[in-house]
Design a protein around this ligand. Structure first.
Ligand code: FAD
Length: 340
């Protein structure tokens, strides 16, 4: 290890496939490391995962800490946490980023608690900056600004951690942009040997069944989303018809999900999926800040709403004031006519 400060990313992998969020975090880590002049380190755990190390380097890491061990074949809290805690105690990273997946949300607080360092969950942005602690009359440079909505999304909080290390944060999938892999990038793969304690291996996984999600909001070029204004589960059929015609997916606001119009996998926003499609159609969605947090980076936004003052219109490129029950059939009909 060099004397440089280091910025770690936990590389989540499942059956030999690296989670998108880890690649997205590597891209962000590279950006932050350029400001800090630090080394980007990927912590990769698993069994027979050596081949993934090159992808981690090509995606932005300078070094991969590779814990390749039969006990790490499937994610289990205690063995994975043991590796992360051991290595972080020994090498003292400055920053440690983890994807806010089910596994990441399980791992990060355990590691943070063992390292006594604090953790900011579900950051929507990460930046480097300086902060003055007034009562110490001291300015701390190069801190990680951990930015996330707070108080129900009504304000955006910037959280800093001047006193303890590492500065730990989780980020949900889709929030950061994945940088394109660079096949010319070179890095070091350092094999590490985990030492487990007896209790770490108390849990045995006998079998596992995964239900792959059928909703691929994150990669959809077009998303047609419905809100409480859609009125019923039946009215979502109009959204489905339009999404099919445009080769897209159906999204929803939390109010529509809570009303039972559509399943939670379709929810977009702060507590749903973050998306950046080429076209986002928001029908019967008011545009609450928590919804916008998940879609305001869309390239083009069309909003359909009966209320001309709906907040969604503030970020829409095209604004249609009208009843979605009337507007959507007209759009669908005109697309069908065009394709004849
Ligand atoms: P409403 O706010 O009820 O808006 C319905 C809209 O439909 C209105 O603007 C109305 O004018 C319009 N309308 C009514 N009838 C029609 C019609 N016939 N045709 C056209 N327009 C019509 N929300 C999310 O979406 N995603 C999240 O991830 C999320 N996370 C949250 C996290 C927290 C911690 C909290 C506190 C809230 C969260 N919310 C989230 C909820 C959010 O605050 C809003 O309550 C929600 O987004 C409102 O959904 P909506 O716009 O569909 O409903």
């Amino acid at each position: 290890m060099t004397d440089k400060s280091s910025l770690w990313v936990f590389i989540e992998q499942n059956e030999g496939k690296i989670a998108d969020v880890s690649l997205e975090l590597l891209g962000k880590a590279r950006e932050l490391a350029a400001t800090l002049n630090s080394e980007v380190v990927g912590l990769l755990c698993g069994r027979n995962v050596r081949d993934l190390a090159q992808t981690v380097i090509q995606s932005g890491a300078d070094r991969v800490l590779l814990a390749d061990h039969p006990e790490l074949e499937l994610y289990r809290t205690l063995p994975y946490a043991r590796v992360a805690i051991q290595e972080a105690r020994a090498r003292k990273p400055d920053i440690f980023l983890i994807g806010a997946t089910a596994n990441g949300r399980d791992l990060a607080p355990r590691v943070a608690s063992a390292l006594r360092c604090g953790l900011t969950a579900d950051c929507t942005d990460l930046q480097i900056g300086e902060y003055t602690v007034k009562k110490e009359n001291k300015t701390y440079p190069n801190l990680l600004f951990q930015i996330r909505p707070a108080f129900g999304g009504n304000l955006i909080a910037t959280i800093v951690n001047p006193h303890t290390r590492p500065q730990m944060a989780t980020v949900r999938e889709g929030v950061m942009r994945k940088a394109p892999a660079d096949p010319a990038r070179k890095g070091i793969v350092e094999k590490i040997q985990p030492t487990f304690e007896k209790g770490d291996l108390a849990l045995t996984i006998l079998s596992r069944s995964l239900r792959p999600s059928t909703v691929r909001l994150k990669d959809a070029p077009v998303i047609v989303s419905g809100g409480a204004g859609a009125g019923s589960a039946e009215d979502f059929n109009l959204l489905r018809d339009l999404a099919n015609l445009l080769g897209g997916e159906v999204g929803a606001s939390r109010a529509a999900v809570d009303a039972g119009f559509i399943s939670r996998e379709h929810q977009i926003g702060q507590t749903g999926t973050t998306v950046r499609p080429r076209l986002y159609i928001a029908a019967g969605i008011s545009g609450a800040i928590q919804h916008r947090a998940g879609m305001d980076q869309s390239s083009k936004i069309i909003a359909i709403n009966t209320d001309p003052n709906a907040p969604i219109f503030q970020i829409a490129n095209y604004k249609i004031v009208g009843d979605l029950g009337e507007v959507l059939p007209l759009i669908i009909q005109s697309l069908r006519d065009k394709s004849r």
